[in-house]
Design a binder for this molecule. Structure first.
Ligand code: BES
Ligand code: MN
Ligand code: ZN
Length: 496
């Protein structure tokens, strides 16, 4: 799929002659979009809109087939209340329109959506990303693919020519999101720790990044007892992945992205029961998928001055005669001892050693992404990820990047008094606190493994990594959540 921006001054037919045109209409008012659509249809739309009950509600679409006319398909898409209109509404409308256009068999598609008041490059990026991401489909695990079509070329008619700059990173960003979606959607017998390491190697090979994969013995030598404790119940060997992007020339900013990479989380001896989504725990590597997707995007964009380290302590949480017992005490690579009062709180154990390793790189900032707690899903639902950080600057930057990338975050507190809940009578701390505030104690646990004063943020993406039904730019299934925010944060500007 190819994107371009095209300014229309005179009549549309002079500059564009595709088969499918999308026109956006606000609810209620007869705005520009309606006048434009009426000119095209060659008559008042009112009767038609009423008959087909098109009210311009957000993401509502109406497909009008006009054989023998140009364009042969006109799709009206609702933009909702003009007062509420912004980048998010533009994304929703673009995604909905793209789905209708694909269903109508569009080949040469154009979008005419109003972007007054929005930064043109950001608007162009939002539209293009939404079209591409909404049309993503994954049929890898079907023996026979269902026939489907997508437009060859998509023209954005409303933005000024300057908006073309907004398209610069669309391909790289979307390829990163799609990589993350593919990894998350792959079942646990395919997306193993070895498969994650292979994916990292493929990215390294294609884009010239450095890759180091630490085997079990290497991790033992580093004293990573928390991570290896989780891994020891599995027949699959753990893979500690360290992928590095280095720019040409001088480095002015160094960041580490850490992703939780549990390719399956059975819960261990605190086995997940029916209703606890054990059959969905293939997505417990969503954090690692996001950081690998971001690595791929960054590697393609090649920003100057920025060095990015991606770290994944990958393994499975399984049951066997060699698995950790509830009650075991493990020693992490910073020397801290941890009483395992629940083997299902395994993500934080793998992250503990990954964070110690990340801090040793002495970066300017560390961001970890993890499907860490069910408690975060209860707190914020499936559309908003939790964000914890002792650094106001980093927290603000990530919230802003989330807005630019179209992903929602809510900052949560690192309330230090809740650390009481992690006190252990036998070890330095235990891995699980009380049920209330469970996502907060999880974040506080992680903080214990981060060097004081080093800017660090923890993103709990347990709710947002998967969607049971299509929502906004996401199809049903893996969302690839996190990639767009990371790219926006690392590359900056509207062109994310
Ligand atoms: N991977 C889960 C968290 C999770 C749960 C993600 C549901 C997505 C949906 C994590 O390892 C886990 O099991 N957390 C426990 C922690 C508890 C034992 C303190 C949880 O949230 O129940
Ligand atoms: Mn678990
Ligand atoms: Zn888990």
């Amino acid at each position: 799929m190819e994107f371009r921006c095209l300014a229309v001054s005179g009549s549309l037919g002079e500059v564009w002659s595709g088969d499918t045109l999308v026109v956006g209409l606000f609810s209620g008012a007869a705005g520009d979009g309606r006048a434009q659509a009426e000119t095209l249809v060659g008559g008042a739309l009112e009767g038609l809109l009423e008959r087909r009950r098109f009210e311009g509600k957000p993401s509502q679409t109406l497909t009008i087939e006009r054989p023998g006319h140009a364009p042969a398909t006109l799709i009206l898409v609702g933009l909702g209340d003009p007062e509420q209109f912004g980048l998010d509404a533009l994304r929703q409308a673009s995604a909905a329109a793209a789905r209708s256009a694909a269903a109508a068999g569009a080949e040469e598609l154009a979008l005419w959506l109003p972007i007054e008041g929005l930064e043109p490059a950001a608007a162009a990026a939002a539209m293009a990303e939404s079209v591409r991401l909404a049309l993503y489909a994954d049929q890898r695990f079907k023996s026979e693919a269902e026939p489907r079509s997508e437009p060859r070329r998509v023209t954005l008619l409303s933005p000024a020519a300057a908006a073309e700059a907004g398209l610069a990173h669309v391909e790289a960003t979307c390829a990163g999101v799609e990589l993350a979606r593919r990894l998350v959607a792959a079942p646990p017998n395919k997306a193993t720790p070895q498969a994650l390491a292979d994916e990292a190697a493929a990215i390294a090979g294609s884009f010239g990044l450095d890759l180091k994969v630490l085997e079990r013995q290497d991790c033992e030598a580093l004293g990573m007892g928390a991570y290896l404790g989780v891994a020891q119940g599995s027949d699959l060997p753990p893979k500690f992945i360290h992928l590095t992007y280095r720019p040409e020339g001088e480095v002015t900013r160094r960041v580490v992205l850490v992703g939780k990479g549990l390719t399956f989380d059975s819960g261990g001896y605190n086995l997940k029961t029916a209703g606890s989504q054990i059959e969905m725990m293939k997505y417990d590597m969503g954090g690692s998928a996001a950081v690998l997707g971001a690595a791929r995007a960054i590697a393609e964009i090649r920003p100057a001055g920025l060095e990015v380290h991606v770290i994944v302590a990958s393994c499975e949480n399984m049951i066997s005669g060699g698995a950790i017992h509830p009650g075991d005490v493990l020693t992490a690579s910073n020397g801290k001892t941890i009483e395992i009062n629940n083997t299902d709180a395994e993500g934080r154990l793998t992250l503990a050693d990954a964070l110690v390793y990340a801090c040793a790189l002495e970066p300017d900032a560390i961001v970890d992404l993890a499907t860490l707690t069910g408690a975060c899903v209860i707190a914020l639902g499936e559309e908003i990820a939790g964000l914890w950080s002792p650094s106001d600057g980093l927290a603000e930057a990530l919230l802003e990047a989330g807005r630019a990338g179209g992903e929602a975050f809510w900052r949560m507190p690192l309330r230090s008094s809740y650390k009481e809940g992690l006190k252990s009578p036998i070890a330095d701390l235990k891995n699980t606190g009380p049920r209330p505030g469970g996502s907060i104690t999880a974040a506080l646990f992680l903080q214990d493994f981060v060097t004081k004063g080093l800017p660090w943020a923890h993103l709990d993406i347990a709710g947002t990594v998967w969607s049971d039904k299509p929502r906004g730019v996401d199809p049903a299934g893996a969302t690839g959540f996190g990639v767009r925010t990371l790219v926006a944060w690392l590359v900056g500007g509207a062109a994310c």
